[in-house]
Design a protein around this ligand. Sequence first.
Ligand SMILES: [Zn+2]
Length: 228
Amino acid sequence: MRRTIQRLLVVAAHGDDETLGAGGTIAKLADEGVTVALCVLTNDDGSRSESGNGVTNRISAIELAAKILGIERIQVNEFGDNRLDTVGHLELNRVVEREVRDFEPDTIFTTSMADLSVDHQLVSRAARVAGRPGKGSVKQIRAYEIRSATDIGEASGLQPGFRPNCWESLDEQHVDRKLEALRAYGKELEEWPNPRSERGVRALAEYRGSQVATGLAEAFEIVRTVHQ
Ligand SMILES: [Zn+2]
């Protein structure tokens, strides 16, 4: 069956969410001719700096990762990392709604409500609001899983957890490109056995692939899909 995705909008709280969550699938779809856009809500990693208050502009890393994955259009907003809960949800919704209106995606990929990160939960909600029925072009919404956000949500007892019901099988080169894009984010990669290590990311691709008896895969939770 040929896929119906033609215009994909990936919505992320932080630069690297898109790569960790769906980098292999983005590379695969871009290779198939799908036009991919990325909307990132924050542009600093203040909470991760050693002093806890440093701010790093991530745009160049986001652009490099996007180029590796084949993303054609990037919109990075200036909200603060780990501070999306101080932004009114109307404002967050408006940012994603504007991107949906301008880009007219048929499909949205976004973060999961099962993630421990409040930023991820708020962005997931904003993407669902922007892509709600009767509001524009969106026919499908999927949530992606992120190592050290979705699995830590699970390990912290968040309910309901991530329940994949859609798998994208990947070639080695898609996973290689995902890892290459992750390296563009430099210090975001940790050493094994941290889940956010190259080996950890690959282990998840192998696990998700073996669930459906394919070599490698990324798993998604379909929020809604409308067939026409
Ligand atoms: Zn994130």
